[in-house]
Design a protein around this ligand. Structure first.
Ligand SMILES: N[C@@H](CCC(=O)N[C@@H](CS)C(=O)NCC(=O)O)C(=O)O
Length: 206
């Protein structure tokens, strides 16, 4: 059965799963789906979020579970190469970006991007937590040339699809340049953007 990725192009988590499929050169179909709470969608994604992957084995939600599944069913080319420690370090960077950058800034997204009213308590919290997540990423990242070192991995894919959204939220709500917390990010983002997978994801966003 052909894998089907359900979700929407503008979702950064959808982009992570899609980039992994592209990097692994897997055949897949895209099915447009907005987040929602109808029963059919909740059967695919219990929290109603996007993305969800339709597999021969059944539906699968949660982006990190999806990418682990893809890595297992098609190990090559690997997005988690190297030793057990190197693979764990790549996962550590990916989790760091999700927990301490994306989720730190995400409460500001409704006001930054969707016209919701500003909530000063939220802005105060994201203004404190997001720069901390970004600055501490510097203790893990090498950017030489990839975020974890010599090999392009899941860590690059997750970081490149979380940092820009968080930066937009911080700029819009806190007038803060998140990238300035970790200046090497700029050049590395340029390298990621040059990859065919990034170009395809960007082009499909329109
Ligand atoms: N933990 C989820 C997060 C996915 C997520 O937050 N998706 C957003 C779009 S980028 C969404 O569906 N938001 C709607 C909602 O939270 O109801 C994953 O890893 O897939």
């Amino acid at each position: 059965m052909l894998l089907k990725l359900h979700g929407m192009q503008m979702s950064n988590y959808y982009s992570i799963a899609k980039t992994v499929l592209l990097e692994k050169e897997m055949d897949f179909e895209e099915v447009h789906q907005m987040p929602g709470r109808d029963e059919d969608w909740l059967a695919r994604s219990p929290m109603g979020k996007v993305p969800s992957l339709e597999t021969a084995d059944g539906p699968l939600a949660e982006t990190m579970a999806i990418v682990d599944y893809l890595e297992e069913i098609q190990p090559e080319p690997s997005i988690l190469p190297g030793t057990a420690y190197e693979r764990a370090r790549a996962r550590q960077i990916a989790h760091h970006c999700i927990y301490y950058i994306d989720l730190a800034a995400r409460p500001g997204l409704p006001a930054a991007a969707f016209g919701a009213p500003r909530d000063e308590a939220v802005i105060k919290t994201i203004g404190k937590m997001t720069p901390r997540g970004m600055k501490s990423l510097g203790r893990l990242a090498s950017f030489d040339p990839w975020i974890g070192g010599s090999t392009f991995t899941l860590a690059d894919i997750v970081a490149a699809n979380t940092i820009p959204l968080a930066a937009m939220v911080m700029q819009t709500l806190c007038n803060m340049d998140l990238m300035a917390e970790l200046p090497a990010v700029g050049e590395w983002m340029g390298r990621v953007a040059e990859r065919d997978s990034s170009k395809k994801v960007a082009a499909d966003k329109g």
